[in-house]
Ligand binder design. Structure first.
Ligand code: DGL
Length: 272
């Protein structure tokens, strides 16, 4: 079999948010080449029907496959919740696919002490019940409470991470979870790590926040090792960023999400 270790890992998201997942991957895997695709022309996915998200997802996977990726990481929680199987089927047996829900659910299940977990995410992710199902498959005694927080995505993109309006909205969204006495909250959306401080202020300080994107780094590393796909290189990796709309805003806002320099962002054509 040919050596595929230098091939890139493909990462995709509905837009810019998946860069928080790339940040986590780079921490765990600093030498892996990465191709990122953000479907900025059609974001948000979180308010769309599962049927539409599944249709877009197949096209997103096709984009990554153009770049001969060796693995696909589905950074988007909404896609991981309603369309992971679409990616798995398209990728086939030779290209492993990792979503963010199983790692986030596993991290939350091992973090909770009182067996009460809150999930915050897009409407699509919460309506899918996928975190509930994944957590309860690990431990059926855990109670899971979901809360959609649709305003968090634009607030994170505006950079309103310390704004009074964001604090008020966070308190409003998180209040039902506080009433349910959860001791763990999963940040089940790519954008929420950007708002982590403001979310932390809206819950008792004993509540643990689990970043599903951050939790995904370790399983990706494990899978690369177990499949023999890990890149042995110690060189600076090649990171390529592609979007489906003009790259201007992505390039500007993206560095905050990635936590570092983005470099060149290119627009792809021929989506769908
Ligand atoms: N990337 C999406 C997610 O993690 C958030 C943005 C959207 O709604 O598309 O669910």
């Amino acid at each position: 079999m040919s050596d595929r270790t230098a091939q890139p890992i493909g990462v995709f998201d509905s837009g810019i948010g998946g860069l928080t997942v790339v940040r986590s991957l780079l921490r765990h895997l600093p030498h892996e080449n990465i191709v990122y695709f953000g479907d900025t022309a059609r974001v948000p996915y979180g308010s769309k029907s599962p049927q539409v998200v599944r249709e877009y997802t197949l096209q997103d996977a096709e984009v990554l496959l153009r770049y001969d990726v060796k693995m696909i990481v589905v950074a988007c929680n909404t896609v991981s919740a309603v369309a992971l199987d679409v990616v798995q089927r398209r990728a086939g047996v030779n290209i492993p696919v990792v979503g963010v829900i199983a790692p986030g659910a596993a991290a939350a299940a091992s973090a909770t002490r009182n067996k009460r977990i809150g999930i915050i995410g897009t409407q699509g992710t919460i309506a899918s019940n996928s975190y509930n199902n994944a957590i309860r498959a690990i431990d059926p005694a855990i109670e899971v409470f979901g809360q959609a927080c649709p305003l968090f995505v634009p607030l994170a993109e505006e950079g309103w991470t310390e704004h009074k309006a964001t604090e008020m909205i966070a308190r409003e969204y998180l209040f039902p979870l506080v009433q349910h006495k959860v001791d763990t909250v999963v940040l089940a959306c790519t954008h929420y790590p950007i708002l982590k401080d403001v979310i932390a202020k809206a819950v008792p300080h004993t509540v643990q926040l689990i970043d599903s994107g951050e939790a995904t780094g370790a399983p990706v590393l494990g899978l690369l090792d177990s499949t023999g796909l890990r890149n042995p290189s110690t060189l600076v990796p090649n990171l390529q960023f592609f979007v489906s709309d003009i790259p201007f805003k992505f390039a500007e806002v993206g560095e905050r999400f990635l936590g570092g320099r983005l470099g060149r962002v290119q627009r792809i054509s021929g989506l769908g």
